[in-house]
Design a protein around this ligand. Structure first.
Ligand code: ZN
Length: 259
């Protein structure tokens, strides 16, 4: 039940699936969009646009991964975002950096494409279309900004670690990124107590994900031969031994709640 997802399309041969929980949050999203005075039809269309934006972000990661010869098993769309599930064989820090940064780049490009589109619709008095484009602008802007936070499980954490790894090693780089993530999560969580409970939930999630990523890399470093199935984010092995080829799944943010 909790793994139930439905395939909605296929791009570059990658199945794009929608998790059933996403369907459950549609009424909530519609209610939120109700504030923007969008009717049900435009509201639903905006929600489709929203998750298309998420899918395009994940396709950005996937496209670069495919170029690097890494297979992409699927893209899963969840209420909190999307996940590109890569079948990674020890990506080098440079590859990890390029794969991680591709998602936010797509979101930034979508933002800059949607700004003029929104203003054209607005000038043509196509109010629902303008509102929709405007909302998608904001969504893409925040998707880029949020994902660039230098912490796991966001793309920024991977970018930051990939940049730091050649300097201090993967374990130390992961440690620093996870400390930054935990510190930001605490600040965000405290602010959330005053502003929005949703922030508190996100903060808790980021806090534990940051810790989980570090523990996982720590385990990798401690016992390179040990095979284990991480319950969560699985990251790439550091390529200290190029012969060591080990198939693992890499999830590129935003993360899944389960697994
Ligand atoms: Zn991403």
């Amino acid at each position: 039940m909790f793994h139930a997802s439905y395939r909605v399309g296929r791009v570059f041969g990658i199945p794009i699936k929608v998790h059933f929980t996403l369907l459950l949050v549609i009424p909530y999203l519609l209610a939120q969009l109700g504030r923007a005075d969008l009717g049900v039809f435009w509201g639903l269309l905006t929600i489709v646009g929203l998750f298309t934006s998420v899918a395009l972000h994940e396709l950005g990661h996937s496209f670069v991964a495919l170029h690097k010869g890494i297979r992409v098993r699927q893209i899963l769309l969840l209420p909190i975002g999307g996940v590109a599930q890569l079948e990674a064989v020890s990506p080098r820090p440079k590859d990890e950096l390029q794969i991680a940064i591709a998602g936010p780049i797509v979101s930034v490009l979508l933002f800059f494409t949607l700004v003029p589109i929104a203003s054209i619709f607005w000038r043509l008095h196509l109010v629902p279309l303008a509102t929709m484009a405007y909302i998608l602008c904001i969504v893409n802007f925040f998707m880029a900004a949020f994902n660039l936070i230098p912490s796991f499980p966001m793309d920024g954490g991977r970018i930051f670690r990939a940049w730091l790894t050649p300097r201090v090693g993967k374990l130390r780089a992961t440690y620093i990124a996870s400390r930054i993530g935990k510190t930001l999560a605490v600040i965000f969580g405290i602010l959330g107590l005053f502003y929005s409970f949703l922030w508190v939930l996100i903060a808790l999630f980021v806090y534990f994900a940051a810790g989980a990523e570090y523990r996982m890399v720590q385990m990798e470093e401690l016992s390179r031969r040990a095979r284990y199935t991480p319950w969560f984010y699985s990251s790439a092995r550091s390529p200290s031994d190029p012969r060591e080829v080990d198939e693992e799944d890499v999830y590129v943010s935003p993360p899944p709640f389960e697994r």
